[in-house]
Design a binder for this molecule. Structure first.
Ligand code: GDP
Length: 452
């Protein structure tokens, strides 16, 4: 899923990597490529337009960051906008009724994956300790009831179905789906099932009769959730279908099915934004276990094929602490001294970067950074910290006042030797000299972070 879209976006970002700065023309070219990639993936036109405009505007006003190069900043923006169109951060789970049974109604076109989903949901709920009852209110399609019985059996959940008097594979369902749905909910109540899942009929296309029936079932059963099931592979039709169901039955959440397919998957990227309803689950295969809660952020990383890079970007931002770096830069620019306190906080920042070592190993172009981190001994930070903490504030600000007897005292306080204290002060003087030079040259920042 999304393989082509992923490839297209990733190669767009690759083209940006070598740029030190992004001109308006660079940004426009990038946004154009992103727009084309999304349209080719069948994402709905209005969604693409909105997405491209948001990315362009944010990329143009991006602030120079110490931690991220321009390409990384664009990736970050695209990721955040993808998360937004997929429904934003923090996804809700199923809305469960305060007074059981919780009623969940499934709606969607024929073949969307409703019956399969009924089994998947039942299994999912059973695993959470619920006692779901499946209700066969799809009386249109021959075999629909039998099929629901099969998935119910696999999920270990009972099925409430109308009796036709003819048992077996060819059972022909009869009766009024609205009455069946209502009786199903009553049965759940009397047999103490805490969740009812109602499978309803679909048609190959949207039609008025289908909508009216779904609406009647909804009104008769007052569901806590109406889940609209949509086949992620239906392309540009997704928006019209979703809108028709939103108007016709007014669903509360979306389930994307067949996300395992290799089609372009634009439905996934359009439906939440167009209908304003959250995507709650994704179906990823024919087995009952091919089912997962839908997380916009994870889906966005999957589409960008950049899970690791995004984590890295986050960590780099955290470790870098732009505010602190800025403070130090302006301090040095004003001609203030680089103190032992500054030295210590720099080492601590290096230690934070150390936790990224493994990840850096997986990325190309990070050789310089990796070398610096490889030669960095994390225990050294603790030793330096102990020594600096044993000094008085005045000494930390001006190490020149530390005489021989103070060196011995500091060593004792830090549980180390006077020569270790001497070594630290020597190294610090070297660093101080370097910082002075850097302040004159105007360059400040983490070494080697520009290579990604
Ligand atoms: P309904 O008409 O909406 O009830 O749809 P069904 O549940 O009968 O599904 C239609 C077809 O799609 C069946 O052959 C299912 O096995 C298949 N199907 C359902 N969900 C998925 C899915 O997530 N992935 C794949 N590959 N097939 C699915």
């Amino acid at each position: 899923m999304f393989a082509t879209l992923s490839d297209r976006l990733t190669s767009t970002f690759k083209n940006l990597r070598s740029r030190g700065r992004l001109s308006e023309a660079d940004i426009d070219a990038t946004v154009r490529e992103i727009r084309r990639a999304l349209l080719d993936a069948d994402v709905a036109v209005p969604v693409v337009r909105e997405f491209a405009a948001a990315v362009r505007e944010r990329a143009l006003s991006v602030e120079v960051s110490g931690a991220l190069n321009p390409a990384q900043q664009v990736v970050k923006i695209v990721n955040e906008e993808l998360v937004a169109i997929l429904g934003g951060e923090g996804q809700r789970g199923l809305a469960l009724a305060k007074n059981p049974p919780t009623v969940i109604m499934l709606a969607g076109l024929q073949g969307a994956g409703k019956t399969t989903l009924a089994g998947k949901l039942a299994l999912h709920l059973k695993e959470k300790g619920h006692t779901p009852l499946l209700v066969a209110a799809d009386l249109q399609r021959p075999n629909a009831v039998t099929q629901l019985k099969v998935v119910g059996e696999r999920a270990g959940a009972p099925v409430y179905a109308p009796h036709s008097g003819v048992a077996g594979e060819d059972e022909v369902p009869t009766g009024d789906p609205v009455a069946v749905a209502r009786a199903g909910v009553e049965t759940a109540r009397s047999r103490e099932h805490d969740v009812v899942i109602i499978d309803t009929a679909g048609r190959l296309g949207v039609d008025a009769e289908l909508m009216a029936q779904a609406r009647d079932i909804r009104d008769a059963t007052q569901p806590d959730e109406v889940l609209f099931v949509i086949d992620a592979m239906i392309g540009q039709d997704a928006v019209a279908t979703a809108n028709a169901f939103a108007e016709g039955v007014d669903f509360t959440g979306v389930v994307l099915s067949k996300l395992d397919g290799d089609a372009r998957g634009g439905a996934a990227l359009s439906v939440a934004r167009v209908t304003g309803r959250p995507i709650l689950f994704a179906s990823t295969g024919e087995k009952l276990t091919d089912f997962e809660a839908f997380h916009p952020d994870r889906m966005a990383s999957r589409i960008l094929d950049m899970g690791d890079v995004l984590t890295l970007i986050e960590q780099a931002e955290k470790a870098f602490d732009a505010e602190q770096a800025e403070k130090m830069a302006s301090k040095l620019a004003q001609g203030d001294d680089f103190t032992l306190e500054d030295f210590l906080s720099q080492m601590q920042a290096m230690r934070n970067m150390g936790s990224m070592k493994k990840m850096l190993g997986m990325l190309p172009g990070m050789g310089q950074m990796r070398e610096a981190l490889d030669s960095f001994d994390e225990r050294e930070v603790d030793r330096v910290e102990a020594i600096v903490r044993s000094m008085t504030p005045a000494e930390r600000r001006n190490h020149k006042i530390i005489n021989g007897s103070r060196r011995a005292r500091i060593a004792k306080g830090a549980g180390t030797t006077a020569s270790a204290v001497n070594q630290l002060l020597e190294r610090f003087e070297g660093a101080q000299k370097m910082m002075k030079q850097m302040a004159r040259g105007g360059g400040m920042g983490m070494p080697g972070m520009g290579a990604l």
